[in-house]
Ligand binder design. Sequence first.
Ligand code: K1U
Ligand code: ZN
Length: 180
Amino acid sequence: MSLLAIRVLGDPILRRATTPVESFTPELQLLIDDMFETMHAAKGVGLAAPQVGRNERLTVVDVHGARHVLINPEIIEREGSLKWEEGCLSIPEIYGDVMRAARVVVRALDREGNQFEVEGTELLGVCLQHEIDHLHGKLFIDHLSFLKRQKALAQWEEEKTKYPNLVRTIVPGEEQETEL
Ligand code: K1U
Ligand code: ZN
């Protein structure tokens, strides 16, 4: 397994829609394993394929030790609303309050291609919505008000100088800065 480089805001791949997965190949299994390793090393609870430079409609999530591989996920139920302070492994050090559905049900395929549904509230619900947004080229800053988004983008102009070529390299065991 390997750690993958995380693309940061400004890399066009984060703004592209993904392509549905049709084949459950050994290469896909390796990508999934590498994404879990990278997400854990970066101390995140989710990671979407575009964040590691890929266009597969695929995300991995690990909230409170419950791991999910979500391939071609769709939100099939939404209920209520909540406000959550979000960050993003692709926009380190930038945070903002986002309004999300309080409860979602997501239908997806697992790594073998079997359909399943997962219900999420609180952190899991927010994480599922954040990751599915990534698969549609959407980022949490797009949910902020105009002024808060401008402020976040101004902060990012300074932060992004730490990421030559818009790449964030995760060093195993090194303290990561993106923790909520
Ligand atoms: O996709 C990503 O950038 C990962 C991101 C997803 C996310 C989940 C929930 C709220 C906002 C964003 C993260 O994993 S950042 C959150 C994080 O690192 C964390 C949150 C709670 C406990 C521990 C870590
Ligand atoms: Zn993110």
